[in-house]
Design a protein around this ligand. Structure first.
Ligand SMILES: Cc1cc2nc3c(=O)[nH]c(=O)nc-3n(C[C@H](O)[C@H](O)[C@H](O)COP(=O)(O)OP(=O)(O)OC[C@H]3O[C@@H](n4cnc5c(N)ncnc54)[C@H](O)[C@@H]3O)c2cc1C
Length: 506
């Protein structure tokens, strides 16, 4: 029986676990990933990065690397099929990066290899025990069981999370009532009605075209081109499916009938590469942390993949947790910092859970629900409502409450600002906090935190503030306003540095 020792065990090598492991390594702690699958499946559930995920990848210099595997950009998002514009959000990425999940995972694994983080494949976590100073995990491999000791363990092991089940936390929510499937299909002959170029997800959304008696199917969905000749992703929401069907594999006949129903008779399928069922079962854990074990990504929340949010939500969980857990392990975290992970991320997860519910109002509804659909469609066309929904689905509107000042920028993401020689996103690459100030005297104040905060004096700050302090995940935690006197700004800055980054270096 082999025994290993590390600071943090990340369970699960999906997008959430890979981002978290990278963040922990950047924060200077020893981390390893245990992943049940012996090899990556190459299959992709998600197909997009939302604008906020593109931004946080930029914060780590990861976006360009990830683009190698992208299919392009989709200029808009959607809310239950209604188009959303990201233009009102002061972002350099007012679009979705169209990229299969497998490409995101490849890019992240490349980064982890450069960071020297082990990803132990074929390692299935089957148990763990917590004690005062750490966690002992039991993993099963082809060679038998072994133990790994760590100070913390994070379950990023997906919707059926073993860690969550062993932890025994509550996972309240609702069972499935709507059912769908995905299938990656190679066409010999493409139905004429299928769009071969997509500018947005709406281009792919089709409705049943033929009578039910003819195809045997009703439903909504669409075909999304996946970049390879003839290869398309079919997503099909089937109002006739029942819970009992969920364990049955998706048959080729089902796939063909769905495509005929949506696009007509004239296509010819050469191959169905893989297919999988999913549903609107919706749940969220009531605690993201129990002592030394934490949960992130689908392990903490499941919902219908409406609007393309799940992967993105998991990446944001990881970005929120990584620097806090690294600071905790390294011993310089201020009291309570790790608990802000649950405090900040549970409400964000709950909001996504709710908005996916709102996006899955029955598609075959009673007159009242049909009227509600119509009303939401009308409202979503109003610029301010559209901006609101776009901010919610993209993650651009996230704000983490900060005590004290009340300003719309405080607790919000710091937009990527163009400074004379660089974009502010590049300052975040080492994973430190960032202080931007028009008052050079603040550099001396921040000096004792220089191992954790990168302080930069600028002539102008294109913000309604004269100085701003941002956390490693890019959210602001202190502002000096033009009217703030120098002495009180200095006091406030010192307090903010202590609150978010811990005691100053002696
Ligand atoms: C049909 C469909 C379409 C979707 N489309 C989108 C989309 O367009 N945009 C979007 O943002 N999201 C989308 N999602 C959601 C997205 O795929 C998930 O939210 C995302 O995969 C979550 O990432 P994760 O890393 O938390 O979990 P996962 O991707 O599930 O990764 C968990 C990993 O843990 C491993 N594991 C599990 N148990 C163990 C164990 N005991 N020991 C070791 N390893 C273990 C698994 O093998 C897996 O590799 C979609 C989901 C579905 C079903």
């Amino acid at each position: 029986m082999g025994i290993r020792q590390t600071d943090v065990i990340v369970v699960g090598g999906g997008p959430t676990g890979l981002v978290l492991a990278s963040e922990l390594a950047l924060g200077g702690v020893a981390v390893l990933v245990v992943e049940r699958l012996a090899e990556r499946s190459g299959q992709s559930k998600a197909l997009n990065l939302q604008p906020r995920t593109a931004e946080v990848f930029d914060l780590r210099g990861l976006l360009e690397r990830t683009r190698k595997y992208a299919l392009g950009n989709w200029g808009s998002g959607h809310f239950g099929g209604r188009p959303l514009s990201y233009e009102g959000w002061q972002t350099r990425h007012p679009y979705q990066v169209a990229i299969p999940q497998a490409g995101v995972e490849r890019a992240l694994e490349e980064r982890l290899a450069e960071q020297g983080v082990p990803v132990l494949r074929g390692h299935d976590l089957v148990g763990f025990t917590q004690h005062d100073t750490g966690v002992t995990a039991t993993v099963r491999t082809a060679a038998g069981e072994s133990e790994i000791h760590a100070r913390y363990l994070v379950g990023c092991d997906g919707g059926r999370s073993t860690v969550r089940k062993l932890l025994g936390v509550g996972f309240p929510g609702t069972d499935a009532s709507q059912f769908a499937f995905v299938a990656d299909v190679v066409f010999g002959v493409l139905p004429a009605a299928v769009p071969t170029r997509m500018r947005s997800v709406q281009d792919a959304i089709a409705r049943e075209r033929t009578a039910r008696e003819k195809t045997g199917r009703r439903g909504t969905g669409g075909l999304i081109p996946l970049g390879e000749q003839g290869l398309f992703r079919l997503v099909f929401n089937d109002p006739d499916a029942r819970a009992g069907d969920q364990a049955t594999p998706v048959s080729e006949d089902e796939v063909k009938a769905a495509i005929r129903g949506l696009y007509g008779e004239d296509g010819e399928i050469a191959e169905v590469r893989w297919a999988s069922r999913f549903s609107n079962a919706t749940r969220q854990v009531d605690r993201y942390r129990v002592d030394r074990v934490l949960l992130a990504g689908d392990a903490a929340h499941i919902h219908f993949p409406a609007g393309g949010q799940g992967l993105n939500l998991g990446v944001q969980d990881a970005m929120n947790l990584g620097w806090k857990l690294a600071a905790t392990v390294r011993g310089h975290a201020p009291t309570g910092l790790l608990d802000t992970y649950h405090a900040e991320r549970h409400p964000v997860g709950a909001r996504v859970v709710d908005n996916t519910r709102a996006q899955t109002l029955p598609t075959d509804p009673d007159p009242e629900t049909r009227a509600m659909h119509g009303l939401i469609t009308e409202l979503a066309r109003l610029p301010e409502a559209n901006r609101y929904l776009a901010g919610m689905v993209s993650g651009l509107d996230i704000r983490y409450p900060v005590d004290g000042q009340d300003h719309p920028l405080l607790g919000a993401r710091l937009p990527d600002l163009e400074l004379p020689t660089h974009w502010t996103s590049t300052l975040f690459h080492p994973g430190h906090g960032v202080l931007l100030t028009t008052d050079p005297r603040h550099l001396a104040t921040a000096g004792p935190w220089s191992d954790r905060v990168h302080a930069v004096a600028v002539a102008d700050l294109p913000l309604p503030a004269t100085a701003v302090l941002a956390r490693p995940d890019g959210y602001t935690c202190w502002l000096a306003l033009p009217e703030t006197p120098h002495l009180s700004a200095t006091d406030q800055l010192e307090t903010a540095l202590q609150t978010w980054f811990g005691p100053e270096n002696p």
